[in-house]
Design a protein around this ligand. Structure first.
Ligand code: FAD
Length: 696
């Protein structure tokens, strides 16, 4: 039996938004065609694998959170392998290949993968294949696809090596690996002639991992400019390698409309959800500012929710109601919105390890699923496009979808789907004969992620209240999308607090009207490190342009209150570097002056990047320029006085610019080269004295 010849490898994934899992599933699926068997597990399922005793090669796919941490599902394993008492040969028996996923918009690119990779190396494990680091910023597939392509040969060599060590003859292994069942051996040239699009659905459920598609079946289009729906030569005339059709594994049954939807607490895996009222909303920017920034105050007094300044928390947000309605309409399910849907794993599905998606309740209404559970704006992955081909009746549309998910269409995918952030609704508008079933959406759309926000208040200063500050994310209209969009969460929040903002404008004060009846679901996401120093006498510097100032308002409120209450305590000097575009449009917290006047803030340094300088000498434009201006103080506080340096903000370029400035300052001050200064900065980071809270 061919299956007996299949060689096993352990495949571990740790996923934050579902991408690492989807990639692991792709590897698992392709493995069969290479005569291999992937024993796939989520990294958190530590009872299902044992690295200490693992003899087979291990393939790891691991993503990274925005803060550079490994995903929650990797935490237990990472903690375990970081145990300093483990000997350097702890994993000497282990052969592994690692694919890290990240986003270079963030400072700690692929840090989750890098951390695991580094630690495995330190513990003696051997790489059988070069580590891949894929960047979501430019398209994960640019690294992921070639990495998976090369994996099979590397695994084959790893098995050979393993057998040589274990005594079995190398040729026996080669034979077993080349004994790929005949249906797995794609005779690609002949397939070009054979395949007909109409037959494709039937055939593609076979195990071919790649397939070439006849190009002559679709009438050549007349336009010369390629677009989402239209291709030009060479791709319009190419034979295509498309991914294997992912096996369906979800079954949905519509029921009646009786019953209640599950609570929002069922949407998170741990911790409690609090639904809290909004007591205040203030627009911090002027109407003519480029970005609109809002402050929202929540009443947490009736709850057990607790926080410290510097913490973040998560908002559980719904999808835009109009988009949900439109989706229901396009799917032909408008009548079913209020019906309960029972979601189950399909009996006899070919998908290995098929499990009920954790973010979908077993029974809830269709509207609940589309509103709270699925990221309907997610950029469809190639596997999803491949599945959509099967639900498209028009031959031209079918062909274009095939092109977009094919290897030959990689740059079209980037240009027409990834870069313009095309979502499912955009696709369904552009390909009107495409009518996917609900189970396909559940299988392919990722979980709607809660959004994180930094707390911008102190519970000492404002007991029972918690504030946060955010800029409304705005996306301009695009050829494939006629209307402009707001971010899922910030758009929803802005609409929700609209009446309060309106009341503020009319009453000319910023106190707000009566609290809204609608509540915001939140849960805690405490920071381990981004807190005020335990010793208040230690000096600190804070750098927070734009909304990056948010946590520092909490710090300052906290310090202010402590200074009032603890007259006998000594407080270290406190610096704040703030920057924005225009002094009169987006200087978010003009009341910073009050902290300055009370002595809570000892130095406030502000710069405006777009205001024309009034003086002859050009003032610093950005916070990093300002930091350079105070080089002596920065060096003194960091090198001589054991001080803390905090950076918070929404752009990689800012955080990198600031750390570059600090490296230059340290290097000049120590009379050492940049490398030496970088080492000192790394030590400061390790000692948790140089702290960042950066998002994009
Ligand atoms: P989304 O709907 O998620 O849209 C943003 C995404 O859309 C982008 O990631 C991008 O991939 C995509 N996109 C880009 N261009 C387009 C386009 N043209 N069309 C469609 N989609 C596009 N933010 C704050 O404002 N204040 C804070 O204090 C804050 N603190 C944070 C703390 C942490 C620890 C983290 C991780 C993030 C923090 N953020 C903060 C960011 C915040 O969590 C959200 O990401 C942000 O508010 C946007 O959410 P949204 O749902 O409105 O946007």
């Amino acid at each position: 039996m061919c299956c007996d010849l299949k060689r096993r490898f352990l495949l571990l994934y740790a996923t934050q938004k579902g991408q690492a899992k989807a990639i692991a599933e792709e590897i698992e699926q392709q493995a069969g065609a290479h005569g291999l068997e992937a024993d796939m597990h989520c990294m958190s399922e530590m009872d299902k694998y044992n690295l200490e005793a693992e003899k087979d090669p291990v393939v790891i796919v691991i993503s990274t959170t925005g803060t550079g941490d490994p995903p929650d599902t990797a935490r237990k394993l990472v903690k375990k392998i970081q145990d300093k008492t483990l000997p350097p040969d702890h994993f000497a028996h282990l052969q592994y290949g690692l694919l890290g996923l990240g986003d270079s918009e963030y400072t700690f690119f692929c840090n989750g993968g890098k951390t695991v990779d580094r630690r495995l190396q330190e513990l003696g494990a051997q790489r059988f294949y070069g580590t891949g680091l894929a960047d979501d910023c430019v398209g994960l597939e640019l690294v992921v696809d070639p990495w998976i392509d090369g994996l099979w040969l590397a695994l084959k060599e790893a098995f050979l090596l393993q057998k040589e060590k274990g005594g079995m003859s190398a040729s026996a292994v080669t034979n077993s690996l080349s004994s790929v069942p005949c249906e797995h051996k794609p005779d690609l040239t002949s397939k070009i002639q054979q395949l007909k699009l109409e037959e494709e659905g039937v055939r593609s459920s076979n195990v071919l991992s790649q397939k070439l598609i006849d190009v002559n079946l679709v009438t050549p289009a007349q336009d010369t400019e390629p677009s989402l729906v239209h291709s030009v030569p060479p791709i319009s005339q190419s034979a295509l390698n498309v991914p294997a059709l992912p096996p369906e594994y979800i079954e949905v049954q519509f029921q009646d409309t009786r019953g209640e939807d599950p609570g929002l607490a069922s949407l998170i895996s741990e911790g409690a959800v609090f639904e809290v009222p909004v007591t205040k909303a203030v627009q911090l920017t002027r109407e003519d500012a480029i970005k609109t920034v809002l402050l929202i105050e929540l009443d947490i007094s009736g709850t057990t929710f607790d926080y410290q300044p510097g913490d973040s928390f998560c908002v559980i947000c719904p999808n835009n109601a109009n988009e949900v309605e439109e989706l229901l309409h396009v799917l032909g399910l408008s009548e079913k919105g209020e019906h309960f849907v029972c979601v189950k794993v399909k009996q006899g599905t070919k998908k290995k390890g098929a499990a009920h998606p954790q973010h979908i309740p077993e029974r809830s209404t269709l509207k609940f699923i589309l509103t709270w559970c699925l990221e309907i704006r997610a950029i469809p992955k190639k596997a999803f496009l491949r599945a959509l081909v099967e639900c498209t009746s028009d031959a031209g549309e079918k062909r274009r979808l095939q092109e977009l998910c094919s290897r030959q269409g990689a740059s079209d995918y980037t240009r027409f789907i990834r870069e313009p952030n095309v979502c499912l609704l955009d696709l369904l508008r552009a390909f009107p004969s495409c009518r996917p079933s609900l189970n396909l959406l559940i299988e392919h759309l990722p979980k709607l992620q809660p959004r994180s926000y930094s707390v911008s208040s102190s519970n000492l200063f404002q007991p029972g209240k918690m504030c946060f500050v955010f800029s409304i994310v705005e996306f301009p209209a695009y050829p494939t999308r006629a209307v402009s969009w707001r971010g899922v969460c910030t758009g929803w929040l802005a609409e929700l607090v609209g009446p309060l903002l309106h009341a503020n404008k009319n009453s000319q004060d910023a106190k707000g009207g009566s609290p809204l009846t609608e509540k915001i679901p939140i849960f805690a996401r405490p920071s381990c490190t981004f807190h005020l120093p335990a010793d208040p006498s230690v000096p600190l510097m804070m750098v927070g342009p734009g909304t990056g100032i948010s946590p520092f308002i909490g710090f300052l409120q906290h310090r202010q209150k402590l200074r009032e209450e603890r007259k006998d305590w000594g407080f270290g000097e406190t610096w704040l570097f703030f920057g924005c575009r225009h002094q009169d449009r987006d200087y978010l917290f003009k009341q910073l002056r009050c902290f300055l006047e009370s002595g809570t803030l000892t130095h406030l340094k502000v710069c405006f990047s777009r205001d024309l300088p009034a003086a002859e000498v050009t003032p610093p434009k950005y916070v990093q320029d300002m930091v350079r201006l105070y080089a002596k103080e920065v060096a003194r506080i960091l090198l001589k006085e054991g001080g803390y340096f905090y950076v918070c903000g929404d752009k990689k370029h800012m955080a990198d610019g600031v750390s570059d400035a600090v490296v230059d300052i340290l290097s000049a001050e120590m009379g050492a080269d940049r490398l030496e200064a970088m080492k000192v900065l790394a030590t400061l980071r390790e000692a948790k004295r140089y702290l960042q809270d950066v998002w994009s």
